[in-house]
Design a binder for this molecule. Structure first.
Ligand SMILES: Cc1cc2nc3c(=O)[nH]c(=O)nc-3n(C[C@H](O)[C@H](O)[C@H](O)COP(=O)(O)OP(=O)(O)OC[C@H]3O[C@@H](n4cnc5c(N)ncnc54)[C@H](O)[C@@H]3O)c2cc1C
Ligand code: SF4
Ligand code: SF4
Length: 465
């Protein structure tokens, strides 16, 4: 059976991108759901309208896949099955210490956006910023000046939707660059194809490499662990660089609504900070095979490589697929504004080894698991296959998936009851089990035995991502 948008929504695989809402002029509403992720609702929608929406949904079999899109968008470019099409691959960062420290990684994403505005390539930028009003901390916004762009730097690890901002700019006669996670960029490319007027407006697609999305619970949980309960959370900065540590071992800062002094904590010291645990990851990310935003004109990542990680200030890995954008970066290097050096395709892929494992072997196992249970799954570029990993590794993959679901369900209960332990206690047990499976999968039997006896203290893991 075809896995269309109906199956996407029914199986909880909706990532909330909002493409369906844009395509149907709002006939399909996309609103924040009970687990802090945006979700589409199809009940009562005309079946013909649903079919239109299915062609722009990034998880629907009615939509073209990333390979098809890239072939059309980047003809003639060499391609790699891990990083996609590539004109050039770099490691780089801003040379100004102040600008660098105010960015997530090397600060090249915001620099690129500023250059696009300054050079008149586009009239505006659509990207996620800190929400000035409403109940969500982060929303897509429109920036038309470099000052606006610089104000919204850093990674916003929280669910958002493009539905409102795209509806707002549609038909306004202006052109835009858009920043998005790989599935959002794919959804926009599909929309641009279906809605040529909108396609004319969206001129530059800037991708962010993605490990997985976080529901809005992530911010709330980090805040709670810093002593600020969810309903009092006013602001969070997920990426505060710390000169005492490596770039992957960063802090976060939270501020309560009452204006009290912000609190800073080490991300890796929290229950859910290490990304490998998959805390608050929506189900959609379990069915994603695009790490490097393969349909974006350029994609920015953290260069999680040993030669760069030691430097706390951060470094980007960049895959460029458009000549104009490469020239903008090279021009910034000539002016001395950025440092840029060549990176090999293998190094770029290695910088995202965990994300690629999750989206390749992990995906093969999850697809096979669900198919064995008779569940509908999307057609992916990865084949369902349980033989790609050992049984012990499969146990790690399954435990991670359980942890994502557990975190969402128990946190919803905990925030309702105002009791953090209702989330933390089951999550701690699940993490312990995960580490047990992981040790066994690595053949560390004594370590696994010791863990079982609970005599080892929790190992600190870098947050990375
Ligand atoms: C959910 C998520 C998961 C990620 N996973 C990984 C990963 O696994 N590996 C990795 O190397 N990198 C990952 N990244 C990207 C990484 O965190 C940095 O965003 C990236 O390296 C760019 O850093 P920078 O210093 O160039 O960005 P900056 O110069 O600080 O600029 C960041 C820009 O991105 C925009 N932005 C931030 N968050 C979002 C968002 N959610 N949606 C759209 N626009 C946004 C901001 O508005 C700003 O314009 C992830 C990012 C997100 C949001
Ligand atoms: S993933 Fe996007 S397009 Fe698909 S149903 Fe959800 S909001 Fe709509
Ligand atoms: S992991 Fe894939 S589905 Fe999840 S947010 Fe990232 S790009 Fe989208």
């Amino acid at each position: 059976m075809t896995h269309g948008i109906e199956q996407v929504v029914q199986r909880g695989m909706c990532v909330g991108c909002g493409a369906c809402a844009v395509r149907t002029s709002g006939a399909i509403p996309v609103t924040i759901g009970r687990f802090g992720v945006y979700e589409a609702r199809l009940d009562g929608v005309d079946p013909a309208v649903v079919r239109d929406a299915s062609r722009v949904c990034p998880f629907s079999d009615d939509a073209r896949n990333e390979d098809d899109l890239a072939r059309e968008l980047f003809p003639g470019l060499p391609t790699d099955d891990r990083i996609g099409a590539h004109l050039d691959v770099f490691a780089g960062r801003r040379t100004s210490e102040n600008e660098l420290v105010a960015s997530s990684s090397g600060g090249l994403t915001s620099l690129m956006l500023t250059e696009l505005l300054r050079g008149g390539v586009v009239d505006g930028v659509l990207h996620v910023g800190r929400s000035a009003s409403g109940d969500q901390l982060f929303t897509y916004e429109i920036s038309t000046t470099s000052e606006d762009v610089e104000r919204s730097r850093k990674s916003m690890y929280s669910a958002t939707t493009l539905a409102d901002v795209v509806a707002e700019i549609r038909g306004d006669g202006r052109t835009y660059a858009v920043v998005g996670l790989p599935c959002f960029i794919k959804a926009l490319r599909l929309l641009a194809h279906e809605m040529p007027g909108l396609g004319e407006q969206l001129r530059v697609y800037v991708g962010l490499v993605c490990g997985h999305l976080k529901s809005s619970f992530f911010a709330e949980s980090l805040a709670w662990q810093a002593g600020v309960p969810p309903h009092e959370l006013g602001r969070i900065d997920f990426r505060v660089k710390n000169p005492e540590r490596s770039s992957g071992d960063y802090d976060y800062e939270v501020a309560a609504r009452d204006g009290a002094e912000p609190r800073v904590r080490r991300t890796s010291s929290t229950i859910d900070g290490p990304w490998e645990y998959g805390a608050f990851q929506p189900e959609a990310c379990n069915f994603c095979d695009d790490v490097f935003a393969e349909s974006a004109d350029v994609v920015f990542a953290d260069a999680w490589l040993p030669q760069y990680k030691a430097d706390w200030r951060g470094m980007n890995a960049v895959v460029v697929r458009d000549e104009r954008l490469r020239e903008l970066l090279l021009a910034a290097r000539r002016r001395g504004e950025i440092h840029l050096e060549a990176l090999s395709v293998d190094e770029a892929a290695r910088s995202q080894a965990g994300g690629l494992r999750h989206r390749r072997t992990g995906l093969a196992v999850r697809l096979a698991d669900d198919m064995r249970r008779g569940l509908s799954v999307p057609t992916k570029r990865v084949a369902p296959d349980l033989r790609v990993v050992t049984r012990r590794r499969a146990a790690v993959i399954r435990q991670r998936r359980r942890m994502s679901q557990l975190s969402l369900e128990t946190f919803a209960i905990a925030r309702q009851a105002g009791d953090f332990e209702l989330y933390a206690a089951p999550m701690r047990r699940a993490i312990q089990r995960y580490r047990l499976f992981e040790a066994a999968s690595l053949g560390l039997r004594p370590f696994a035995r010791a863990l079982r006896r609970r005599i080892l203290p929790a190992r600190r893991r870098p947050a990375d991502q």
